[in-house]
Design a protein around this ligand. Structure first.
Ligand SMILES: NC(=O)c1ccc[n+]([C@@H]2O[C@H](COP(=O)([O-])OP(=O)(O)OC[C@H]3O[C@@H](n4cnc5c(N)ncnc54)[C@H](OP(=O)(O)O)[C@@H]3O)[C@@H](O)[C@H]2O)c1
Length: 305
């Protein structure tokens, strides 16, 4: 790598994993309030498959003239700080880059991000594990913010996709907030779900006070909520229609440095699951996406540039 460029994985014309290419792009200096991070690890998430295949281009959410960046979360080491930042070079951080329409992403050797969007990685948490936290930990926390306080007359929450990345955070975090939690997952996932203190089902049953739809079941997930209950989905802009007095919302995850700091601390202490399926190189991003597309993967693929 030269001093003036770094490697990053992008798509020019989206067409699935085959369209991912690793290119060299110029190094950018951090501006006011920003840091440049040498990325040590970046998770491969379902949203990245949608970007590579052009799903979000098709929705009109991405309009990049040259190429689109891949990857939403990362862990790494600060290498440069802009004016007004008090994170020293050498500090290990993790962070989330939200939003679809960008020519850069975390599948890269470097990234420039607002310092407010990252959190310091606590001692005892390695950067590969830390990279799996931001997107899905924050999504789970923000789903629970949308659900609000559990009603005193009904706190039975069903988490669909309970063994997935978002679901695995929802199970413990929802119990902390006073929900009585049941996870809907595949039969093989029972040990994982119960191990996080939740009840378990492998077939959907109706009548829940609230549903957090981390499996993206949409209308089928909505149908599981009792009249007057609450539904929070993961597909903003495609929420099921509100009926039967059920409130409907969908999460659109945003960066939250302090919130991430708490999630990282609780991951380091073992209270929250840290699940890494495999570590691959940046050049193997397409292989990771192809494997995820088949379904059934538990834990994240993590890219090490
Ligand atoms: N809007 C936002 O801000 C936001 C943020 C983060 C994530 N998301 C979305 O949230 C969803 C979950 O993300 P994730 O990273 O947690 O995905 P994930 O790790 O792939 O987890 C999804 C889980 O749902 C399970 N599942 C699917 N259909 C099921 C069914 N009918 N019954 C039981 N389990 C079922 C899957 O099992 P199998 O693998 O066996 O199919 C998998 O365990 C994705 O659609 C993602 O794009 C949205």
């Amino acid at each position: 790598m030269s001093n003036s460029t770094f490697r990053t994985a992008v798509v020019r014309t989206p067409g699935g994993p085959e369209s991912i290419e690793v290119i060299d792009v110029p190094v950018v200096d951090p501006g006011p309030g920003e840091i440049r991070v040498r990325i040590a690890a970046a998770s491969v998430n379902p949203v990245d498959l949608g970007v590579a295949e052009g799903f979000f281009h098709g929705m009109g959410l991405i309009n990049q003239p040259e190429h689109t960046g891949l990857g939403w979360d990362f862990a790494g080491t600060v290498v440069a700080s802009g004016p007004g930042v008090d994170l020293a070079a050498g500090t290990d951080v993790a962070g989330l880059v939200a939003g679809f329409d960008r020519d850069f992403g975390t599948y890269a050797e470097q990234i420039v991000v607002p310092a407010a969007d990252v959190a310091v990685v606590p001692d005892g948490l390695d950067l590969v594990a830390a990279a799996t936290v931001p997107l899905n930990g924050l999504t789970a926390a923000q789903i629970l913010d949308l659900l609000g306080e559990p009603p005193t007359d009904g706190n039975r929450l069903l988490v669909t996709g309970a063994a997935g990345a978002v679901g695995g955070y929802l199970l413990p975090l929802a119990q902390d907030r006073g929900w009585q939690v049941t996870g809907l997952a595949r039969a093989d996932d029972e040990g994982f779900v119960r191990g996080l203190g939740a009840d378990f089902i492998d077939h959907a049953t109706p009548g829940w006070d609230a549903v957090a739809d981390a499996a993206g079941l949409q209308e089928q997930g909505f149908a599981l909520v009792r009249d007057g209950g609450a539904f929070v989905g993961v597909r903003p802009g495609s929420e099921p229609a509100a009926e039967r007095g059920v409130t409907v919302a969908a999460v659109s995850v945003h960066a939250d440095g302090p919130g991430l700091s708490e999630l990282l601390a609780r991951t380091a202490s073992g209270e929250l699951p840290a699940r890494v399926h495999a570590v691959l190189s940046l050049d193997q991003a397409a292989d990771a996406q192809r494997a995820i597309a088949k379904g059934g993967v538990r834990g994240r693929y993590v890219l090490k540039p």
